[in-house]
Design a binder for this molecule. Structure first.
Ligand SMILES: Cc1cc2nc3c(=O)[nH]c(=O)nc-3n(C[C@H](O)[C@H](O)[C@H](O)COP(=O)(O)OP(=O)(O)OC[C@H]3O[C@@H](n4cnc5c(N)ncnc54)[C@H](O)[C@@H]3O)c2cc1C
Length: 367
């Protein structure tokens, strides 16, 4: 539970609160203009390094510590700020030459990476690779690569002929890599759609061994699912505080809206969901830190928390009324931002099916 934290984690939570309130909140008015100041301030607090491996100068925080910080930042509606440094993602623990060519520069901020997993609907076969001597020839497409247009390299899931899927590091300026489209999504993030046409990649750019790609990709996706869930529970807390202030304020009907039973029932339902989501996310973070397999619990957290935050923001807009839809209103912005989380890192219904498979076919997961 969020309450039973060690003194060290309580201190981390309190320092994050103070940092959010005193330093980040004033910079949040213009995140692009203040990007460097936000990053420098995050480095000074040490938060920046939490996502980075110890071997490369980071503090490699536990899942629970990350959850505490993400929840706390989001409870100030500041979770979209660039507080954390680039993490290793699917390159975690990669050997040479990937370690020094890509991983170290990625962590140092000298190179940008992106993650290529999703295939477009018109793909006739999955992105595939053929090994010939020291080289790998890659053909295929990846369609929704966040940050792809700015990336120096994409780590893509590639089906290696006869050997199974592998994560492969592909330079975005390599001959044969074509950007089919660059687009933005509702939440404000940007993505690229890549085509790979006989791209020549050193076979040494396969991360780990062929056949290990899917578990490696799913580990990265699993970490991000917990991150989304932690962020969602903090955002719910922010919205519920915002909404409480609105419900207690004078209303033109002569009675604060919070005096009306119908409104109170809706508000209570949102609080119940926020409580359930926050409890499950902290429990799952603890299980993960205990070394347990939390694939199914992570799915449960991601589906429940991202759907709950969607409902919380939507209902808050309904109760605040038309002014909440004014462009630039915090609820309007949040509505767009949280919508993407029900698709990114796995669509809710697809994750539901995985969860059912975990129990019905594989005897995995717990309640
Ligand atoms: C903001 C954002 C960032 C993203 N970043 C990345 C990234 O960096 N790298 C990357 O590779 N991808 C990324 N994605 C893509 C994301 O992973 C996919 O959008 C997601 O996995 C869903 O796949 P899809 O869009 O192809 O939809 P589909 O798989 O076509 O699913 C659409 C809907 O169809 C239904 N459905 C699909 N399959 C089934 C099934 N088997 N049974 C029942 N119903 C089903 C579900 O209702 C589902 O919501 C990002 C997406 C978003 C929105």
């Amino acid at each position: 539970m969020p309450e039973s934290l060690t003194p060290e984690l309580r201190r981390l939570r309190d320092e994050t609160h103070a940092f959010a309130r005193g330093t980040l909140a004033p910079l949040a008015a213009d995140v692009s203009a203040n990007r460097t100041r936000i990053i420098d301030a995050s480095k000074a607090t040490g938060l920046f390094f939490m996502t980075q491996p110890r071997a490369l100068g980071g503090s490699e925080a536990s899942t629970l510590a990350m959850t505490v910080v993400r929840d706390t930042l989001a409870s100030h509606n500041l979770s979209h700020l660039p507080v954390f440094g680039p993490g290793p993602g699917v390159l975690a623990g990669a050997d040479e030459p990937i370690a020094s060519r890509y991983l170290a520069p990625l962590i140092a901020g000298e190179k940008r990476g992106a993650f290529g997993f999703t295939e477009p609907d018109d793909a006739t076969r999955p992105t595939s690779g053929r090994i010939d001597g020291d080289m790998l020839t890659v053909n295929g497409q990846k369609s929704y690569v966040t940050g792809g247009a700015q990336a120096d390299f994409v780590t893509a899931l590639v089906e290696i002929d006869g050997q199974g899927p592998a994560m492969v590091v592909i330079d975005t300026d390599a001959p044969g890599v074509r950007t089919r489209q660059v687009f933005g999504s509702l939440d404000g993030t940007h993505h690229a759609w890549f085509e790979f046409d006989n791209v020549q990649v050193p076979a040494a750019h396969i991360v780990g061994k062929p056949g290990e790609g899917l578990p490696r990709a799913l580990r990265q996706i699993g970490d991000t699912r917990i991150a989304f869930a932690a962020q969602s529970v903090g955002l719910m807390r922010w919205v519920l505080e915002y909404l409480a202030a609105h419900l207690k304020a004078p209303h033109r009907s002569g009675m604060p809206l919070g005096g009306r039973e119908g409104v109170r029932l809706r508000y209570a339902d949102l609080r119940i969901k926020a409580y359930a989501a926050r409890s499950m996310v902290y429990r799952t973070a603890r299980l993960a830190d205990d070394g347990e397999n939390t694939v199914n619990e992570g799915i449960a957290c991601k589906v429940f928390a991202t759907e709950a935050v969607g409902e919380v923001v939507d209902t808050a807009i309904q109760l605040v009324g038309g002014k909440a839809l004014t462009v630039g209103h915090p609820l309007e912005t949040l509505y767009r931002r949280v919508r993407a989380m029900r698709l990114a890192e796995g669509a809710s219904d697809v994750l539901r099916l995985n969860l059912a498979r975990g129990r019905l076919d594989l005897e995995k997961g717990r309640i």
